[in-house]
Design a protein. Structure first.
Length: 526
């Protein structure tokens, strides 16, 4: 790596060719700036991969890692232990999937991770992407069952967008060029495979819930945040962007161009949302980066690199190049939220139909296709998850790293039984500024309950209910500083729909789990 510029911070050329911010140099800060730097705002990154289906023995640490058992509620015991790597032939492992070279997955870094097991969503999701971050109604079932969305209480913003537009999280937008940034493959042109969803008019919290699209290229994303934002805008007599269309907006909304009755309420919402977006764009054009002059490489990453899903070199380059941009943005404070979404299986050299030949065959007892799945998830863990975590684990102030103030999570589309959101795994890194404990393997399953229908496979037979994923989402929001009063909906605790239609709700998830859903999940409260 090569230092290419120096201002308030220094920058290095990263693996993808983009510049990465080094830690602040405390000796160069004023007392006021040092005090502000010592209290960095929490950052949040969500990563998602499709299908799930990883066998617990491949994904989770060995059962002997668990050394403590407590009674969470009468008849419901939960367990935890400290994470410890096992090193063999230069490879460090927490499990077969959670493994990497020993100089990458160090004991120090393992101490900043958590492996969390036993989160459940109370319905059979089929395929879905909204459940990763709380918009549970965004599942493929909604297209076959139009009434499903209403039954689930409607579409809701995902937690990243709750944070992005929260005055508690972004109390001060000074220096913030983007409220959130998004990476990955959104699927069809309509963005239905996005993991991020928000209001059409997010500033007002109104309008339809719609997908938040990912950036088309790493270079475009970099320039949108850093390009042209290095110097304070010079005073000019130019009319602000919003003001240029404000009068036209007012006349259109009031019906001045014709019968006011012709302007539908939906069109008025569209106009309001459009003006809110213009206002946000106007704000972003005046952001001044605190990082000094930043010069990106011409290296780029675009979604076209993922079109050949078995091209491992292109896949690795795509995500690590975007990781450079995400890391630079978070380290500079120019953005504090990111999502990284993989909707296609692009971490395997399998050339056939992944969905039918691997994902739907990985539960077979012979384990042949499970090994293909295992290898793909291991690559994602090493190439994407750990790559970003390492780029954030650099000192920021007084021995604390950027990762220490961040919460990075990796979730899969389902648990070990594909399409079933029981025993949903969550892998995390960072403590969100000390809000959460780290270095733990936690198992929240109630091993004494067997409430599910007769199983069709050995994997399904081993399923046991745990605690609600709604509680994990509430934990994320609180770790970012939001009180429950800011995110609870419809009288429910936690975040996301509590709707159930598939399982015996009381046998699987007693009332105490719903009552506890706004609490920090067990073992993690610092």
């Amino acid at each position: 790596m090569t230092v290419i510029s120096k201002g308030r911070r220094q920058f290095l050329v990263g693996a993808g060719g983009f510049t990465l911010a080094l830690p602040l140099l405390p000796s160069l800060l004023t007392p006021k700036a040092r005090a502000q730097a010592a209290r960095p705002g929490a950052r949040f990154v969500a990563m998602a991969t499709p299908h799930g289906g990883a066998w617990p023995a491949n994904l989770h640490p060995p059962d002997d890692t668990v050394v403590e058992e407590i009674e969470y509620r009468p008849g419901h015991k939960i367990r935890r232990g400290r994470l410890a790597t096992r090193v063999e032939s230069g490879k460090a492992s927490l499990s077969a999937i959670l493994s990497a070279p020993s100089n990458v997955l160090t004991d120090r870094l393992a101490g900043k991770l958590n492996v969390l097991r036993g989160f459940d969503v109370q319905f059979h999701c089929g395929h879905g992407t909204g459940q990763h971050l709380g918009n549970f109604a965004r599942v493929d079932r909604q297209y076959a069952e139009p009434s499903l969305v209403d039954k689930m209480g409607g579409m809701v913003p995902t937690v990243d967008q709750v944070l992005a537009w929260s005055r508690t999280f972004y109390g001060d937008l000074d220096g913030v060029a983007a409220r959130s940034i998004h990476v990955g493959h959104d699927g069809a042109a309509g963005g239905g495979a996005s993991i991020s969803w928000g209001y059409a008019n997010p500033k007002a919290g109104s309008g339809a819930i719609q997908p938040v699209r990912s950036s088309p290229s790493a270079l475009h994303l970099f320039k949108s945040m850093f390009g042209g934002a290095q110097e304070a805008p010079k005073a000019s007599a130019r009319v602000p962007l919003v003001d240029r269309v404000l009068e036209s907006y007012r006349r259109t909304r009031s019906g001045a161009f014709g019968d006011a009755a012709r302007i539908s309420s939906a069109d008025k919402q569209r106009l309001d949302g459009h003006m809110a977006l213009l206002s946000e764009l106007e704000r972003r054009t005046h952001v001044v980066s605190s990082c000094g002059s930043v010069t990106p490489s011409t290296t780029d990453a675009t979604i076209a690199m993922l079109e050949k899903s078995n091209d491992l070199a292109q896949t690795k380059l795509y995500y690590q190049t975007f990781n450079d941009v995400v890391a630079a943005a978070l380290r500079c404070g120019i953005c504090r939220i990111a999502t990284i979404n993989n909707t296609q299986q692009t971490f395997s050299d399998h050339t056939g139909n992944w969905h039918e030949e691997i994902a739907h065959q990985a539960n077979l007892p012979d384990g042949v296709k499970q090994q293909v799945l295992l290898a793909s998830y291991q690559r994602f863990f090493e190439w994407v998850f750990l790559d970003l975590v390492a780029k954030l684990d650099v000192e920021e102030i007084d021995g604390k790293t950027v990762l220490d103030s961040t919460l990075v999570q990796w979730t899969q589309e389902s648990g070990p039984d594909t399409h079933t959101m029981v025993d949903f795994p969550v892998i995390t890194a960072g403590s969100a500024g000390g809000a959460l404990r780290t270095g733990l393997y936690c198992d929240y399953r109630n091993r004494d309950r067997t409430p599910f229908p007769p199983p069709s496979t050995p994997v399904a037979a081993a399923l046991r209910p745990g605690i609600l994923y709604n509680q994990w989402l509430a934990t994320v929001l609180q770790a970012m500083g939001l009180p429950p009063s800011e995110f609870e909906r419809n009288g429910d605790k936690g975040y996301g729909s509590m709707w159930n239609d598939t399982y015996d709700r009381e046998k699987a998830w007693p009332d105490y789990l719903r009552a506890d859903a706004s609490n920090i999940v067990p073992f993690l409260k610092s």
